[in-house]
Design a protein around this ligand. Structure first.
Ligand SMILES: [Mn+2]
Length: 219
């Protein structure tokens, strides 16, 4: 494991310790979240290879989270059981909250990260721009401009609910803007892939960065 990995605040059960017994540097977190509406378990490794297992009961949402893992090079395991017979909103929003919590916990101290990331992501006729600051000052600018189009049984408008929940709990200043595009499937998928690619860059360790990338002293 590279010596310049940031130290992690919390140890996790599946993180190896080194031979001196010094605490690990793995950027991994597990989240287990239960409410009356949803039960969600997530394991996230920021330094993965893009392997995933996703089961939310919502096929298109699974497809988006799988793309997010693959293109972010995150290892991601998501098991969600929600009251999707009522509506998909609770499950999508709570997965967003839990994924953000996993991201934040896995990130640990954030020492040495690049912090900023952006991506201009084309998908067929659509193009979406994403910019992110891993600032711990959450904000979402969402301009995907989709009507309440259906994608399978998924309403395109749920994308904003997910991105809002995720950005708030992950502590991201997240900007998502559609440059152009027609297919709601392509626009939403470009947004998920763009967020993944931007985050992959933002959480990468910069070998020239020796501390927290801020002049404020804290992220
Ligand atoms: Mn697709």
């Amino acid at each position: 494991m590279p010596a310049n990995r940031p130290p992690k605040a919390k140890t996790t059960s599946d993180s190896p310790s080194d031979s001196q017994g010094v605490s690990d540097t793995a950027r991994v977190a597990r989240i287990d979240r239960k409410t009356k509406e949803t039960a969600i378990q997530i394991r996230m490794d920021l330094d993965g290879t893009g392997q995933y297992h996703v089961e939310t009961g919502i096929p298109f949402f699974d497809h988006m989270l799988e793309s997010f893992a693959r293109h972010g090079l995150f290892d991601l395991d998501v098991r969600a059981k929600g009251d999707i017979e009522v509506d998909l909103h609770h499950t999508v929003e709570d997965v967003g909250i839990s994924l953000g919590e996993a991201f934040r916990e896995a990130l640990g101290s954030a020492v040495g990260i690049r912090r900023f990331g952006s991506c201009l992501l084309p998908m067929a006729e659509s193009k979406v721009e994403v910019a992110v600051d891993v600032s711990n000052r959450p904000y979402l600018v969402y301009q995907l401009d989709l009507e309440n189009d259906r994608i399978g049984n998924f309403d395109a408008s749920l994308t904003e609910d997910f991105m809002y929940a995720f950005s708030q709990s992950a502590g991201l200043d997240l900007h998502i803007e559609k440059r152009y595009g027609k297919s709601p499937h392509h626009c939403v998928e470009a947004a998920f892939k763009g967020v993944a690619r931007a985050l992959r860059d933002a959480v990468a360790i910069d070998p020239r960065e020796s501390g927290l990338p801020t002049v404020k002293g804290a992220l």
